[in-house]
Ligand binder design. Structure first.
Ligand SMILES: [Zn+2]
Length: 75
């Protein structure tokens, strides 16, 4: 059974960004992806597991915007 829209609406990234999550396909199962840092969290037995230790972190790490540019070259 898919996660309900009501539940999805109240879930947030456990990082300091506390951003909304969106449901994405994670291959065999569904995952929740942070709309800011792009970290992905598993959904096990229809229960979202919002633990940093179980997450696949986004490109810039948990809580850092995925589109943030770190250490941009000075030239
Ligand atoms: Zn996040």
């Amino acid at each position: 059974m898919p996660l309900s829209a009501d539940l999805l609406a109240v879930l947030a990234c456990p990082s300091p960004d506390h951003a909304p999550l969106r449901l994405v396909s994670g291959g065999e199962s569904e995952e929740l992806e942070c709309t800011v840092c792009a970290s992905r969290f598993p959904v096990r037995d229809d229960i979202p597991v919002l633990l940093p230790d179980d997450a696949v972190l986004g490109p810039n790490g948990l809580g850092v915007a995925a589109n943030a540019v770190a250490d941009e070259p000075a030239n």
